[in-house]
Design a protein around this ligand. Structure first.
Ligand code: 13P
Length: 295
C-alpha cells in the first residue's frame, strides 16, 4: 500500500533501522523494487527527480502504476519527489499523488531555504503529504564535495531549522556526495556529527549519495541514526549491467528478455540492500493485515 514517507520513517526512527530510497524511472525498476521489498517484508521508498521525470518517468504515467503495484504489496511503499526546488512542480506532484516531496533549498541562503521549506510544509501537510528538506549541501562526488567541510550540516542550525519548518525528515551533509566516487575510494563519513545531529533532533535523518558508499559505512550510518538511504547511480548501473551481461551471454536475446534481465538484476540488488540497511523483516503479516514492528 502507498503511504506517506513520514509514516515509514517515523517507524524506522523509533526502531533504529534504515529504509532504501531507490530512484526509479520505469516499470521494470519500480516493479523490481516493490516485489523485492514485499519478499523481504521491508518498507521501500520509490523516488524520482524532476529531470528523471522529464526524461522517462512521466508522473501522469508512473503514479497510477506505483499505486497499483503498491496496492498489491503487503509492505508500505512511499513515493517521493526527489530534489526539487521548484514550488510549482512540488504542488503539481502533491496533486498527482506523491506521498512525500523533497524541497531542496540547500544551495540557497539559509533564510530563504528556511522560508521556502516552511511554505512547502504548510501546503504539503494540509494535503496529506510529508516533506524532506536539506540543510548543509550534499554535492557531487566528481567535484570532491564530500571533503568540503563548509558544506556539512551545522547541528546548532539544524535544531532551529527543524523547529521552525516542521519538516518530517532532514537530509544531512556528513561526508557523502552524489554520483560515482573516484575509483577505489569510499567516502569518509563524519559519524560524530551524525551522532550529535541524531541526539539533538531525534527525527528521521536522510543520507544522500548512497551509491558507492560501501556496506560498512551504510551499516554504521544506520547505527548512528540514518533512516533513509538514497540510491540512484548504483541502481541504474545494476539495471544497465544486467542487460549487458544478458546480451553478453546471448547476443540474439530479444528486447523482452533483455528488459526481464534488468528487472531481475534490480530485484536482487534491492533485496540485498534492504538487508544491509536492517529493514528486512520489519513488517509481519497477520491474517492478511500488516503489522509494523516485527513483534
Ligand atoms: P547516488 O546517485 O550517489 O546514489 O545519490 C542518489 C541521491 O542521493 C538521490 O537523491
Amino acid at each position: 500500500m502507498l503511504v506517506t514517507m513520514k509514516s515509514i520513517l517515523d517507524e524506522a526512527n523509533k526502531k533504529n533501522y534504515g529504509v532504501m530510497a531507490m530512484n526509479s524511472v520505469n516499470m521494470e525498476m519500480i516493479r523490481a523494487g516493490i516485489t523485492a521489498a514485499n519478499e523481504e517484508h521491508a518498507p521501500l521508498i520509490i523516488q524520482i527527480g524532476p529531470g528523471q521525470m522529464g526524461n522517462l518517468g512521466h508522473k501522469e504515467e508512473i503514479v497510477p502504476m506505483i499505486k497499483e503495484l503498491s496496492d498489491r504489496a503487503y509492505v508500505p511503499i512511499a513515493l517521493n519527489l526527489d530534489h526539487c526546488g521548484d514550488l510549482e512542480i512540488i504542488i503539481d506532484c502533491i496533486k498527482h499523488g506523491f506521498t512525500n516531496v523533497m524541497f531542496d533549498g540547500s544551495s540557497l541562503p539559509y533564510e530563504e531555504n528556511l522560508e521556502k521549506t516552511k511554505l512547502v510544509c504548510a501546503f504539503a501537510h494540509a494535503n496529506g503529504c510529508s516533506v524532506e528538506a536539506e540543510l548543509g549541501h550534499v554535492g557531487q562526488a566528481s567535484d570532491d564535495d564530500d571533503h568540503n567541510l563548509d558544506l556539512y550540516t551545522d547541528p546548532e542550525q539544524a535544531i532551529e531549522f527543524v523547529n521552525e519548518t516542521g519538516v518530517d525528515a532532514l537530509a544531512v551533509a556528513i561526508g557523502t556526495a552524489h554520483g560515482n566516487y573516484p575509483k577505489g575510494r569510499t567516502p569518509k563519513i563524519d559519524f560524530e556529527r551524525l551522532q550529535l545531529l541524531k541526539e539533538s533532533l531525534n527525527m528521521p535523518l536522510v543520507l544522500h549519495g548512497g551509491s558507492g558508499s560501501g556496506e560498512e559505512n551504510i551499516k554504521k550510518a544506520v547505527k548512528y541514526g540514518i533512516n533513509k538511504i538514497n540510491v540512484a547511480t548504483d541502481a541504474f548501473a545494476v539495471a544497465k549491467q544486467s542487460m549487458l551481461d544478458a546480451l553478453d551471454k546471448d547476443s540474439s536475446l530479444d528486447y523482452i528478455h533483455v528488459c526481464m534481465a534488468a528487472e531481475a538484476g534490480v530485484k536482487r540488488f534491492v533485496r540485498n540492500y534492504v538487508r544491509t540497511t536492517g529493514s528486512s523483516n520489519q513488517y509481519v503479516f497477520k491474517e492478511k493485515s500488516l503489522v509494523a514492528g516485527n513483534e
